[in-house]
Design a protein around this ligand. Structure first.
Ligand code: PAF
Length: 332
């Protein structure tokens, strides 16, 4: 009898000691503390690439003390709800576009200005440089913690009415835009009819024809298979779209310094993974869209778009300061 009981008692005692030690260390149980992370698209997207890499890096960097639980495809709601969840502390982490962000951190709106960035290299230099890093710091005052800038790519226009070859073709088109004042001003100035809408509603609205089109980078086009609901694509490259890797302030406050470092380093790795994903998808995504029946306009006269946007640029300069805009343009 004793012979069989002893190992059991010993095992229970060992478990108890391990659990107590782990609690005392503030780290938790064998499974690691759960970190809920939400984002808009599927796991096999640039959002998923960022989240997976971030999760892995945190797992390694904290010796398994924190485990991400992923909620892709807007499972926790639209981006606005997700950001509110971070502020309330009901969600620990998120990867979001700048779509709804400027309603929370107004200065983010600056990066949404059309044709502000010359190309990907320019955009990455600005986001990784002093401007982008200072912008991350501004989240704190708004009840958010931002750790890195990932990427979606440059936004292009799609619609179901007709080929858009130039500014005049935008007239009256009902274009879904993010809930973003800078984008709304831009499309209104270009003569379109911008309709702000949360992403989870977009596919249904395109199917039902309550909107004619939308605008998003190739990474989103392929992930959401937008050719199933859109006929025409114009490669306008009108806005650079970064994405932010965020954590909730209450969760952040519960971490010690080395855990904070693991989350920050992990977020930076996640951001790099999203850029690598975008680099690949941009190469083959347009061909995929064509193969799936989309009619693609490869190029527009961007100077003509910029000229048409002149009144909007005046508004942006008033809002964000011409000096800051010039400094971004001057960045090499
Ligand atoms: O258009 C948007 O709302 C965003 O770009 C999306 C699709 C949610 C991806 O972040």
């Amino acid at each position: 009898m004793h012979m069989t009981r002893r190992p059991l008692v010993a095992a229970l005692a060992t478990t108890l000691v391990a659990a107590t030690a782990s609690l005392a260390g503030g780290t938790a149980f064998a499974q690691g503390k759960e970190v809920k992370i939400g984002y808009a698209l599927a796991v096999n997207s640039h959002f998923g690439a960022a989240a997976n890499t971030w999760a892995e890096a945190v797992d390694q960097g904290t010796n398994g003390a924190y485990k991400f639980k992923q909620f892709p495809s807007s499972a926790l709601g639209g981006e606005r709800e997700l950001i509110e969840g971070l502020q309330l502390g009901t969600v620990e982490a998120a990867v979001v576009s700048t779509g709804a962000l400027s309603n929370f951190v107004p200065d983010v709106g600056l990066v949404d200005i059309p044709f502000l960035f010359r190309d990907t290299q320019h955009a990455r230099a600005v986001m990784d440089g002093a401007f982008g890093q200072e912008l991350l710091a501004k989240f704190q005052k708004r009840g958010l913690v931002a750790l890195a800038w990932g990427e979606q790519g440059f936004r292009h226009l799609s619609n179901n009415k007709h080929a858009v070859n130039g500014v005049a073709d935008l007239k009256g088109l009902k274009i879904r835009v993010t809930e973003n004042p800078v984008h709304i001003t831009a499309f209104r100035t270009l003569g379109a009819s911008p309709t702000p809408m949360s992403w989870p509603e977009v596919i249904g609205a395109l199917q039902q024809g309550t909107i004619d089109g939308q605008e998003n980078p190739v990474s989103v086009l392929t992930s959401a298979k937008l050719w199933q609901v859109q006929k025409h694509l114009t490669l306008t490259s009108h806005v650079y779209a970064p994405m932010a890797l965020l954590v909730s302030p209450s969760f952040w406050g519960s971490l010690n310094a080395s855990q904070k470092a693991a989350f920050t380093e992990g977020a930076k790795k996640g951001a790099i993974a999203s850029r690598a994903f975008v680099d690949t998808v941009e190469k083959k995504g347009i061909e995929e869209a064509r193969a799936n029946g989309m009619k693609v306009v490869d190029k527009v006269d961007q100077a003509a778009f910029r000229a048409a946007l002149e009144p909007a640029y005046k508004e942006y300069a008033k809002k964000f300061g011409q000096k800051t805009l010039d400094a971004i343009t001057a960045t090499k």
